[in-house]
Design a protein. Structure first.
Length: 319
């Protein structure tokens, strides 16, 4: 028995959520630990490990550290997001290290027939969609399958498909169909994606989905009152839509750091087309006075000092 993990897209959310890379790697580490605890030795990564073909070296290093922390053998396919050109991809360093005899990591840049845990596997990285040779028991790839559900909810157009039974990366929702199964992304990569997330267990010809508990959740919420704001879970990251006529408390950002994106609803006027506008986040110092007052456990001198430091920082930032 061995496992297959879908798209990781490391670094995808870092601009919106600075700590997202830490959370993604935590999820990967806990997933690999659970796989190892089942006595499994081999893991196939189904492509799009990186969100772009030029990841930071620190990201590559941390990814490798996460893999090497477990006593597993890794078979990594290239995905479309990993590739910049024929000879350039975001896993070049991983591939180079994988050439070492001591390494347990191999990156596949061209289709290869390889036996994994007694199963003859056709490992077919992006951009290949090649039918497997005779005798292949299971195929692995990274491409859109005819009729599969895309991430935006539409269906992939009907087209000829390669022969064989395929385990795929590319689409982020776990789904099965005629001769294909998508593992789905290991974590949510947008607020439109829903749980559960997980990985695939492969036992001969049997493929089953194992759900996991990711290190973070992305949720959407409509804020129509202050009570709606107070009701948000502290254990999730939110994209919220705020009613146009709602006045938020001045310290709402400091009180709800898990709100990472805010949109303002716009009242529809006659003959106007509804267009949601971006609700500009306030400056990081806005609401500080109200927040300090609510803290209560700070002395008056500490609050005054904090306000003076904030005012000085504000002057520096706006100089």
């Amino acid at each position: 028995m061995f496992a297959a993990i879908g798209d990781l897209h490391l670094e995808k959310l870092t601009k919106l959520i600075p700590a997202s890379l830490d959370l993604q790697l935590q999820t990967l580490e806990s997933t690999l630990r659970g796989i190892e605890n089942q006595g499994i030795r081999h893991v196939v990564l189904l492509g799009d490990v990186m969100d772009n073909p030029y990841p930071a070296q620190s990201t590559v290093r941390r990814f490798l550290d996460t893999l090497e922390a477990r006593d597993l053998f890794y078979h990594i396919l290239l995905g479309n997001h990993d590739v910049a050109g024929v000879d350039v991809n975001g896993l070049d360093l991983v591939e180079w290290i994988g050439r070492s005899k001591r390494a347990r990591v191999r990156v596949y840049t061209k289709p290869v027939l390889r036996t994994i845990d007694g199963v003859k596997c056709w490992l077919c990285p992006h951009p290949y969609t090649t039918s497997p040779p005779k005798g292949t028991e299971l195929c692995f790839g990274h491409f859109p399958w005819s009729g599969a559900k895309r991430d935006n909810g539409s269906r992939e157009p009907e087209r000829p498909t390669p022969k064989g039974n395929w385990v795929l990366g590319d689409f982020h929702t776990h789904q099965t169909g005629n001769r294909f199964v998508y593992a789905g992304s290991l974590t949510q990569l947008s607020f439109a994606e829903r749980l559960p997330k997980g990985y695939l267990l492969i036992d001969g010809a049997n493929v089953t989905f194992e759900s996991i508990k990711p290190a973070y959740r992305l949720l959407r919420a409509d804020i129509r009152s202050v009570e709606d704001l107070a009701a948000l879970s502290k254990k999730a990251l939110y994209s919220v839509t705020v009613a146009a006529d709602l006045k938020l408390p001045s310290d709402w950002q400091l009180s709800h750091p898990n709100i990472v994106r805010v949109d303002a609803s716009v009242k529809k006027r006659k003959n106007d087309v509804f267009m949601p506008s971006v609700f500009e986040l306030e400056g990081p110092l806005d609401g500080l006075r109200a927040w300090l007052k609510k803290r209560g456990n700070l002395s008056k001198s500490e609050r005054i000092l904090a306000m003076k430091e904030a005012q000085l920082l504000h002057k520096v930032l706006n100089a």
